[in-house]
Design a protein around this ligand. Structure first.
Ligand code: PAF
Length: 308
């Protein structure tokens, strides 16, 4: 299988490093030529829960180097999905599948519009990774990856992806209810990401302080109420207990949103707490804690330019 990973952030590099242990042909497609050059010369360096290791990998910023492929794994930020998928159109053959492992809600719809819903495989991953520098990451926590299709079918390509991922050490399962998976992951991100970004605490600390515990609980309760109204069946019975368990399992990890804020980058807030605020308005459900988190993150983003 010829696989292209789109995005050389923390998750893109982590997936690329693990997949380089397989026999498949692998490319890492980066935004900048500098990033591709750095990765081509130094490879990807991983440290953390899987040990300290380094792999060689083919990287490019120019899609003309790659040509048609069998699988594209999207690891860019949600607000870049549309532009990224438009850009990779020349790589799409008749049977090319696109796997999204991104955070947040709305990516499946954006990718489907461009590449056709039948070609989209969606997934959620509880792997934790932090970008230290270009091509250098910390593997902050292991967790399973679950993949599925919108219609609930399990195409051969999806089974092949599961096999390849499991072989290289990325524990992966399949599910027939991807909507419920995406919502379940959304609830986790709603509870953790903005709150860690605002307080600058690692995930594990959120449950240690009364204030953050209470805000986390309120954000999760509001999001769960929306999911219930939309008749979404979550994959866990007790959402709050699950979010707290993820905080502990990824205790030392800086959430992806905290990493963005520290680098003064745009965050995925619109695709996480922003989704809950929008749906709250549509459904007439009050979601003040999510609105508060959304407003604070938007304020931090807007203040990048004015800060010295
Ligand atoms: O966005 C993230 O950082 C991750 O999805 C999670 C699960 C919150 C762990 O840090």
């Amino acid at each position: 299988m010829k696989i292209v990973i789109l995005g050389s952030g923390a998750m893109g590099c982590l997936i690329a490093a693990f997949l380089s242990k397989s026999k498949e042909e692998l490319w890492l497609l980066t935004k900048s030529e500098e990033a591709a050059a750095k990765i081509n010369s130094s490879g990807i360096c991983v440290e953390g829960v899987s040990g300290s290791w380094q792999v060689k990998i083919k990287s490019t910023a120019n899609i003309k180097d790659i040509e048609k492929c069998d699988l594209i794994i999207i690891c860019v930020k949600s607000f870049n999905t549309k532009q990224a998928v438009e850009q990779i159109k020349p790589l799409l053959g008749e049977d090319t599948k696109i796997l999204t492992l991104q955070n947040g809600m709305g990516n499946i719809e954006i990718i489907s519009e461009i590449a056709g819903e039948q070609n989209v495989i969606a997934g959620v991953t509880n792997q934790g990774a932090t970008l230290i520098a270009t091509g250098k990451i910390r593997h902050a926590g292991r967790g399973e990856t679950i993949i599925g299709t919108v219609g609930g079918k399990t195409p051969v390509e999806m089974r092949a992806i599961r096999e390849i991922f499991n072989k290289v050490g990325l524990e992966t399962k399949m599910s027939r209810d991807i909507k419920s998976l995406i919502w379940s992951k959304l609830i986790i991100n709603v509870g953790i990401n903005a709150l860690t970004a605002i307080t600058r605490l690692p995930n594990g600390k959120l449950t240690e302080f009364e204030g953050t515990r209470r805000i986390l609980r309120d954000a999760v309760t509001e999001a769960t109420r929306i999911a219930k109204r939309k008749r979404i069946k979550l994959i866990f019975d007790d959402p709050l207990a699950k979010v707290e368990a993820v905080c502990e399992a990824t205790g030392d990890n800086q959430s992806s949103m905290l990493q963005d804020i520290l680098r003064k980058k745009r965050t995925e807030i619109d695709f996480i707490n922003g989704v809950i605020v929008r749906l709250g308005q549509e459904l007439g459900i009050n979601v003040p804690t999510n609105k508060f988190l959304l407003d604070l993150i938007k304020t931090i983003e807007a203040s990048y330019k004015s800060s010295v």
